[in-house]
Design a protein around this ligand. Structure first.
Ligand code: GNR
Ligand code: NI
Length: 171
C-alpha cells in the first residue's frame, strides 16, 4: 500500500474528466487500496481518484464514526434523487475551507465494488452528500464552484493568506 499525493485547488488537473473503468483488474484494486490508505491518513471521509491525479471513475468513502465501513464505488451512476439538504462541506483538495453547499437529500447510486460486482445503494444524510461531492470530482467539479462570485473571491483571499502563513511557519 502507498499514500498518494493529493492535488490542491486551483490545480488544473482537478478539472480532468475521469474515464470509466473497463475492467476491475489488479491495477484498479491496488489503486483502491492506496486510495483508502490515503483517505484514512489524510484524514477524510471520501476521496476521488481525480484528487490523486488518476483519471478513472473510482471513489472511496467511509463516513462511519469508527472508520470501519469502507465503501468503494467504481463507475458510479445516480439513478434516482430526492429532496434538498444543505451541508457544510470541506475538501482535501481545498484545505481548511468550509462552505455550505446544497445537495440532493437522498440519492440512489449504481456502481461496481472493488471486486467488479455491481450493486445499488440508497444513501441519505452525510453518505448522500459525500457521494455527490466525490462524483463531482470525477467530472472536474469542486464544491467551491457552487459559491457566489463574492464568496469565491473571499475564499481565494483566505487561501492566499493560508499559503503565506505556511511559508512563514516553514521558514
Ligand atoms: O473529508 C471530507 N469531508 C467532507 C465533509 C463534508 C462534505 C464532503 C466532504 S468530502 C471530504 C474529502 C474530500 O475532499 N473528498 O473529495
Ligand atoms: Ni473533495
Amino acid at each position: 500500500m502507498a499514500i498518494l499525493d493529493i492535488l490542491y485547488y486551483p490545480d488544473k488537473r482537478l478539472r480532468t474528466i475521469a474515464k470509466p473503468v473497463a475492467k476491475v483488474n489488479d491495477n484498479v484494486k491496488k489503486l483502491v487500496d492506496d486510495m483508502f490508505e490515503t483517505m484514512y491518513v489524510a484524514p477524510g471521509i471520501g476521496l476521488a481518484a481525480t484528487q490523486v491525479n488518476v483519471h478513472k471513475q473510482v471513489i472511496v468513502i467511509d463516513v462511519s464514526e469508527n472508520k470501519d465501513q469502507p465503501l468503494c464505488l467504481i463507475n458510479p451512476v445516480i439513478i434516482a434523487e430526492e429532496g434538498i439538504q444543505s451541508c457544510d462541506e470541506g475538501c482535501l483538495s481545498v484545505p481548511e475551507i468550509y462552505e455550505t453547499v446544497q445537495r440532493f437529500e437522498k440519492v440512489t447510486v449504481k456502481a461496481m465494488d472493488q471486486n467488479g460486482d455491481e450493486f445499488t445503494l440508497q444513501a441519505d444524510e452525510m453518505l448522500s452528500v459525500c457521494i455527490q461531492h466525490e462524483m463531482d470530482h470525477l467530472v472536474g467539479k469542486l464544491f467551491v464552484d457552487y459559491l457566489s462570485p463574492l464568496k469565491l473571491q473571499r475564499l481565494k483571499k483566505r487561501l492566499l493568506k493560508n499559503m503565506r502563513e505556511e511559508d512563514r511557519v516553514a521558514s
